[in-house]
Write a protein that binds this ligand. Structure first.
Ligand code: ADP
Length: 518
């Protein structure tokens, strides 16, 4: 597989091998969690309905128990043949809930409703006109022969009875059966609320926490118009499970985020490695090309000299100059590559000493002069005589400058102008090399300092290079505690500036003053 193919397939495999399974697993576990919640919710809703019915039955039993206990004296009077007056007397009981003892004759019983609680008939009726909001609840009274004489009972406030007996009905009567219906819920952990006709809550046991499964049952018979709403409270399994599922969903979301971030980093890393591999392979072909060209030129010149095919001493001079120039070029290339390899391996050592940058620059310029002149460059040099010394390895800095000057020459077209200048500013010495060459687009200005990077412009292809000159220069300058800056406009030219800190804290102000006065 070629590098290009590897490049286009790698993201796909990483995405397919990691993100896809992660998403499937996350989706599956979220789906299962929701299915589980749904099942528990369904069970809970059924259980809430069941409890509401139990509460309704519980209230009827409370009413029956109350009336049954209170009617006992009147029953005795009736069975022993007592008259209506004695029965009415026996109905007078002391009770907070039972008011207005009342006696209905058999004829009046026709308009009343009868329910059977615990096998015993209980009669009830409403009288919205003269007793609004009240219900009559009573029992049938029989004479000595067992014949029904009528019904004795009381007018009571159903709301008062419901509120007063809520905890009795919910917590005491159902306490024996705390875990019913599949064992997932307990009456101990439910919220039970009493509702009025208008839908207002009038009493409640425990806070409701999971309204979705709540069940409202409208009561019937003597408690008509009131309702019981049963809902899972915070302690109920359904409410607990909802919390667990929310936590799990958040956790899965976080996991997916972490995996995606890791994949993005992996993709970026792979892309970088592939790009580096690509650069390395073009580096090899660039270098072999770079080596072959000067060797061929030198061979040609040497053969010409050997065969004495030259027409005079000027020709000889010219061929010798060519040989010298190409040997320099080879030497420069080999130096760059070897130094780059040493730097990469972390084996390069620098010998720092206070260095006069103007002298180093002058030396490099002298070695470049023949090439600059040969190629018709206009060179402008501006080196202040009293630049403060910098702490540097003179050879290494010379190499950086050589690379910058070499580039300035290589990437110049019609306008052959090179300017080298130095100045002290803000505790550093800035050494700039400017050209009026092809320039560098802004988006490439960081990239050119990476190893093996050569820009893909058509013009650059005509120019020889290995793509390590700037990477090496950048490394050297950083090792000196400085940096390289580039300013460039495509088609206009470029300015590369090496900034190096002044040696031993020599005052920039002083050196500036010296420049000013000099
Ligand atoms: P090379 O051996 O290719 O010159 P460098 O590391 O010195 O390698 O430079 C990297 C790339 O930066 C070059 O290939 C070129 O595209 C660009 N570059 C460097 N200097 C200049 C310049 N003065 N003008 C325009 N482009 C430049």
């Amino acid at each position: 597989m070629s590098l290009r193919q590897a490049r286009s397939w790698t993201p796909f495999w990483i995405a397919f091998g990691v993100i896809f399974p992660a998403l499937v697993l996350a989706g599956l576990s979220i789906f299962l969690s929701f299915r589980m919640t749904q099942a528990v919710e369904e069970g809970s809703a059924r259980y809430n309905r069941y409890v509401a019915h139990m509460v309704s039955e519980g209230y009827e039993e409370v009413l029956f128990g109350l009336v049954h206990r209170a009617i006992a004296p009147a029953e005795n009077v009736a069975r022993s043949g007592g008259g209506e007056h004695e029965i009415r007397q026996a109905l007078r009981v002391r009770s907070a809930l039972l008011h207005d003892p009342t006696w209905f004759t058999v004829d009046q019983l026709m308009d009343m409703t009868l329910i059977v609680v615990d096998g015993q008939p209980v009669v009830y009726t409403f009288d919205p006109v003269s007793r609004p909001g009240r219900v009559f609840a009573g029992m049938l009274l029989r004479g000595p022969q067992g014949d029904v004489l009528g019904s004795g009972g009381w007018w009571l406030d159903p709301r008062q009875l419901l509120v007063a007996n809520l905890s009795e009905v919910v917590d005491l009567r159902m306490a024996d059966n705390p875990r019913t219906y599949g064992g997932t819920e307990s009456t101990r952990s439910l919220s039970v609320a009493l509702m009025s006709r208008s839908g207002d809550e009038i009493a409640r046991i425990r806070e409701p926490a999971h309204a979705r499964t709540g069940h409202l049952l409208w009561l019937e018979g003597p408690f008509e118009g009131f309702g019981v709403r049963v809902t899972a409270s915070a302690g109920a399994p359904v409410a607990w499970l909802r919390g667990v599922v929310s936590f799990e969903v958040a956790l899965i979301g976080l996991m997916v985020l972490v995996i995606s971030t890791a994949v993005v980093f992996a993709l970026r890393y792979t892309a970088q490695q592939l790009q580096l591999a690509q650069h390395k392979s073009s580096f090899v072909s660039n270098v072999s090309h770079e080596l072959k060209t000067p060797i061929s030129l030198i061979r040609l010149a040497v053969e010409t000299l050997e065969m004495r095919r030259i027409s005079g001493p000027q020709d000889q001079e010219r061929f010798l100059r060519t040989i010298g120039r190409e040997v320099d070029r080879l030497g420069h290339l080999v130096d760059n590559i070897l130094d780059f390899a040493r730097t990469e391996a972390g084996k390069r050592e620098f010998h720092f000493a206070p260095t006069d940058l103007a002298a180093v620059t002058q030396g490099v310029l002298d070695s470049f002069r023949p090439r600059l002149e040969d190629q018709g460059f206009q060179t402008q040099v501006s080196l202040p005589p009293d630049l403060p010394p910098v702490r540097a390895d003179a050879h290494a800095i010379g190499q950086c400058l050589t690379n910058l000057l070499d580039n300035a020459i290589k990437y110049s077209r019609e306008r052959k102008e090179v300017r080298v200048s130095a100045e002290a500013k803000d505790g550093s010495v800035a050494l700039s090399v400017s050209d009026r060459g092809v320039g560098i687009a802004e988006r490439d200005q960081r990239r050119i300092f990476e190893q093996f990077v050569r820009l893909d412009e058509s013009l650059v292809h005509e120019v020889k290079g290995a793509g390590v000159g700037l990477a090496l220069a950048d490394h050297i300058v950083r090792a000196h505690g400085g940096r390289i800056e580039v300013q460039s406009v495509p088609g206009e030219g470029s300015v590369f500036t090496i900034l190096l800190p002044v040696a031993g804290g020599a005052s920039v102000e002083r050196s500036r003053a010296a420049v000013g006065s000099g």
